[in-house]
Every structure is written in structure tokens, then in C-alpha cells.
Design a protein around this ligand. Structure first.
Ligand SMILES: Nc1ncnc2c1ncn2[C@@H]1O[C@H](COP(=O)(O)OP(=O)(O)OP(=O)(O)O)[C@@H](O)[C@H]1O
Ligand SMILES: [Mg+2]
Length: 264
């Protein structure tokens, strides 16, 4: 079966995910890979509409409704963008994925993690990323970047949450960054140092699978991501067999491979 790579960047607000997602996309493209850079919530027309509802500070949304909205956006994103791209051998980089729902709706809102995990599994058809980078930043740096950002744009609905909520989310990421199969990123380091660290990890993944880049076609933006989210569609690089991936947890990787495109 043709299969690309699925790389996810996770972490609290302002931890540097989008900056690194963009740099990683550029790195892959320079190597000739076909890359889809996408984000959650969002990534498709419908999912971006759901994102607007979720982030609109004028909306009063119950936590259960919020959970379902995130998962509905994710289901559409997985089926319309991620799975087809992986199937055709592309590299998919997603700025946030299931771990965000565990952090914000599970730890942050206090919804049962078991429920969140079940819905995450359903919305993604059991798809697991090849790599998950979890950004960890000290509260002090978070506060500095927060002040800077809110001077530029007003806070969205989630960013308006209480300090206690934000603290629970940040703590959740610190816990999840320690999980096997996850790569913790020190978000307090300079951008170039973080990039180096991420690329070194990605190189090990690429080398472990023998995935080869093919010449790429023209870049096309899907116009869904107004910041730095150009989605690039190229001819697909192809991998037929995946060998063992160097990971924090080899057995976990094996398990992921078997559930990668598994249906419920
Ligand atoms: N390693 C870094 N050192 C210093 N500043 C950084 C670093 N990485 C990103 N920044 C800056 O911090 C701010 C937040 O970065 P970025 O938008 O990449 O974070 P994010 O995790 O995507 O945030 P959000 O969750 O709000 O989308 C930006 O102003 C960015 O330029
Ligand atoms: Mg971002």
C-alpha cells in the first residue's frame, strides 16, 4: 500500500507549533517531497467553518457540544484531507490533532479522558501519527508571548478562558510530552535550535522507512488557511513497505502501523 508520513505538532497556545510546522514543510519541499500542511480545527472547507464557530468569542458553547464540534471537524479533516494524502504517499504535517482535544476538552474542561479518547479514535478512523512533537514552554514565556500576541489580535474564545483553564492545559501537555512515542520539544529554545532538533528526528523516520522523494509538481494553495498554511499538492512519493521506525517505543510504532488505516 502507498503510504506517506503523518507528522503532528502539539502544544499549548503560542508554544511555536505553526512556526516550526512551516519550517518543516519548507525543509521537506526542498528535499523534493510532496507536502500537505494543514491544521486543526480546520483544514477543509467545512472544518474551517466549524473552527469559526469554535473560536468566535460571541458563542456560548457547552463543553460537550464543543467536544463534538472538534471531533466533527476532525472527522471531515481526516477523511477528506489526511487519509487520501497519506494513501498517495504525501507527507502530511498537521498543526494540532487529537492530543489537543485531550488537553483542552479532557484536562482543561474536565470531560472524561476515556470519552475523549473514544471520540478521537472514531473521528480519525484509528489513524495514529508517525511522529508527534509536543511543545513544552515555561509559564513565564507563555505569558510574554501571550501579551505580545494579544496586542496584535484580540483573543479568541479559547484564549479568553481563565488562567486556571490555561494552566490545566499546559500541565496536560507536560504530562503528555512524557508519553512513549512522543517527542518533547523545548519551546523555550531559539527557533533555529528547535528546527534542528525536529529535522534530526524526522531524518531518522525517513531513513528508517526508506521513503524516497519524487520530483514534485506545482504548488497549489487551497485558500483555507490564511496565515502560512499553503497546502501544496504534488505528485506523490511512494513507499510500498515500511520498515521499523526508530522511535521512543518500537512496539508502539508496530501497533500504530497495524491500526494506521484501520476501519472501526
Ligand atoms: N522558539 C521561539 N522563540 C521565540 N519566539 C518564538 C519561538 N517560536 C515561535 N515564536 C514566536 O512566538 C509566537 C507564537 O508562535 P507560533 O504562532 O508559532 O505558536 P503556536 O504554537 O502556533 O501558537 P497558537 O497555538 O496560538 O497558534 C510568534 O510570535 C512567534 O514568532
Ligand atoms: Mg499556531
Amino acid at each position: 500500500m502507498k503510504r506517506g508520513f503523518f507528522i503532528v505538532l502539539e502544544g499549548p497556545d503560542r508554544s511555536g507549533k505553526s512556526t516550526q510546522a512551516w519550517l518543516l514543510k519548507t525543509w521537506f519541499e526542498r528535499k523534493g517531497y510532496c507536502v500537505v500542511l494543514t491544521r486543526e480545527p480546520g483544514g477543509t472547507k467545512v472544518s474551517e467553518q466549524v473552527r469559526k464557530i469554535l473560536l468566535d468569542p460571541n458563542n456560548n458553547i457547552e463543553r460537550l457540544t464543543e467536544l463534538f464540534l472538534y471531533e466533527s471537524s476532525r472527522a471531515q479533516h481526516t477523511l477528506e484531507i489526511i487519509l487520501p494524502a497519506l494513501k498517495s504517499g504525501k507527507v502530511v504535517i498537521s498543526d494540532r490533532f487529537t492530543m489537543s482535544t485531550s488537553a483542552y476538552q479532557g484536562y482543561g474542561r474536565g470531560l472524561p479522558l476515556k470519552t475523549v479518547n473514544t471520540l478521537n479514535h472514531i473521528a480519525t478512523c484509528g489513524l495514529k501519527p508517525d511522529l508527534i512533537f509536543v511543545f513544552d514552554i515555561p509559564d513565564r514565556i507563555f505569558a510574554e508571548r501571550e501579551r505580545l500576541a494579544q496586542k496584535l489580535t484580540g483573543p479568541d474564545r479559547i484564549e479568553r478562558e481563565s488562567a486556571a483553564f490555561r494552566k490545566r492545559v499546559n500541565r496536560a501537555y507536560k504530562i503528555m510530552a512524557q508519553k512513549p512515542g512522543v517527542d518533547r520539544v523545548n519551546g523555550a529554545l531559539p527557533v533555529a535550535d528547535i528546527q534542528k532538533e525536529i529535522i534530526s528526528r524526522v531524518r531518522r523516520l525517513v531513513q528508517g522507512t526508506g521513503h524516497k522523494a519524487q520530483s514534485s509538481g506545482g504548488a497549489v494553495s487551497n485558500g483555507l488557511w490564511p496565515t502560512n498554511g499553503q497546502v501544496t499538492r504534488h505528485n506523490a512519493a511512494v513507499t510500498s513497505h515500511r520498515t521499523q521506525v526508530t522511535s521512543n517505543s518500537a512496539s508502539k510504532t508496530q501497533k500504530r502501523k497495524s491500526t494506521r488505516l484501520g476501519k472501526l
